[in-house]
Write a protein that binds this ligand. Structure first.
Ligand code: SIN
Length: 285
């Protein structure tokens, strides 16, 4: 593959396609341009990468420290990689990532970034959507921003969405959750508005899977405002969408986006390899 870098925005505010780069071997100066594009666009699509598991780990390491994700079993051969899989015969079930969320926001140090490599795709469907949480914050009224700026919210790994074995979720058996570890259910406080350490911009940081309530408020008291924020955060004009193609690699920023895997491809197998880049304690306003 030639190193002839081209960066093309997908929407005015979120996502860019990056071509003309071999991420395995690109020189550091070119990687710096990609890192700047990542800060500018939050989601990068890299068509035609087709990375083996070892190559995916190597490329992930070029963006930061690879995180061994807790509570989900990695591949036997590569524990740092999660095989995001739904088999063709798994029908009418929840899938991994099938509700709007930010990856593992219930960790004290949620991952900065996630990489996802297409391995086997359904003939049609199984798209992924992201929503820009800078825009979600910026488009709120000054009064609402002032209200939210000092707040913290409680996140826990016990989902009330469809990410895992919650009370009513029949989840793909192809993803091995190991969350019978009570530490996943502990309450972790994060700022509702976080400052991105690279861009300095403010982003909303709540999501319907892991955010339970505002700190020092009951769930019932928190619900009306959280419901509003969850609806607001995913407005279509904040989104970009990927229709996966063979060989596509995607990287997204969990500090400035939420995402959703669309579960519309029953009867077909979908397999992607997923790595994460270690993060830090989110900093509030
Ligand atoms: C995820 O949420 O990490 C999975 C996204 C996808 O399968 O498209």
């Amino acid at each position: 593959m030639r190193n002839d870098l081209h960066i093309r925005p997908i929407t005015p505010h979120l996502g860019a396609e990056v071509t003309g780069i071999d991420l395995r071997a690109a020189p550091e100066a070119m990687m710096d341009t990609v890192r700047t594009a990542f800060a500018d666009h939050s989601v990068l699509f890299f068509p035609g990468q087709k990375l083996s598991p070892d190559e995916l780990l190597h490329v992930t390491g070029r963006f930061g420290e690879v995180l061994l994700v807790p509570y989900v079993k990695g591949m036997d051969s590569h524990p740092d990689i999660i095989a995001v899989l739904k088999e063709a015969d798994e029908k009418r079930i929840s899938t991994f990532g099938g509700t709007w969320h930010t990856d593992f926001s219930f960790l004290p140090e949620p991952p900065d970034a996630t990489l996802l490599q297409a391995v086997e795709l359904p003939p049609v469907g199984g798209d992924t959507i992201w929503a820009n949480q800078y825009l979600a914050y910026d488009s709120l009224s000054a009064g609402m921003q002032k209200l939210l700026d000092p707040l913290h919210a409680v996140h826990t790994g016990w989902p009330h969405g469809t990410m895992g074995p919650g009370p009513d979720a029949a989840v793909s058996k192809s993803i091995k959750m190991t969350r019978n570890d009570p530490s996943a259910d502990r309450e972790v406080l994060h700022p509702v508005v976080r400052i991105h350490p690279v861009t300095g911009r403010k982003a909303l940081f709540v999501n319907p899977v892991y955010t339970q309530r505002f700190a020092e408020m009951s769930a019932a008291e928190s619900k009306p405002l959280l419901d509003f924020l969850h609806m607001h955060c995913t407005r279509p004009e904040f989104q970009c969408r990927l229709t996966w193609r063979d060989g596509m690699l995607v990287m997204w920023d969990n500090r400035s986006t939420m995402h959703l895997a669309i579960n519309d491809y029953d009867g077909h197998r979908r397999l992607l390899h997923r790595t994460t880049v270690k993060g830090a304690v989110p900093v509030g306003v």
